[in-house]
Ligand binder design. Sequence first.
Ligand code: GDP
Ligand code: MG
Length: 193
Amino acid sequence: QDFGIAGKKMDVCSEEEQTEDYLFKIVLIGDSAVGKSNLLARFARDEFYSNSKSTIGVEFQTQKIDINGKEIKAQIWDTAGQERFRAVTSAYYRGAVGALLVYDISRRLTFENVGRWLNELHTHSDMNVVTILVGNKTDLKDAREVTTVEGKALAETQGLFFIETSALDSSNVSAAFRTVVEEIYHILSRKVM
Ligand code: GDP
Ligand code: MG
């Protein structure tokens, strides 16, 4: 299987032989304003924006992640607001091996749209993309409209990982990204052995 990213074929070889770095393309998807850009800002730069300016301009950020002593580069793509116009292009999905599908636990509609995002992901990607369902904004306890149980149940039905996060108070943010990267790494290792 070709895990090539942006036209560049990745070197997959046994542990002793590995000289090339692992580079995984990971996409952030989900409705507008669920916190995609802020999850990335928190993870990559430990920053948070109370307005939506975090969305502007960022195409992707490369973040180094250590898994079992191996350095993995996660190239994390942000929609840069394209989703507002339902215009996330196929180029956005091309070569992605991981996805964070984000909804806002305080806005039920964003949870109801998860199926739509899954369809879009499956339409545009030609392999099994490791996907985690992310219920963001857990800090908004009083405004919660989607229970943890509901989120978990949907993830199980769809065969996704599941986590709840807050980009505001940082909870579980790195765990969300790491879960995806670790799983991709494990799938690759199994293929190589
Ligand atoms: P995007 O459109 O999915 O990229 O969402 P943004 O990252 O731009 O966030 C949309 C709005 O939600 C902004 O006002 C953020 O400050 C806010 N936001 C993002 N994450 C959280 C969070 O975890 N908790 C709270 N309370 N607000 C958040
Ligand atoms: Mg954004």
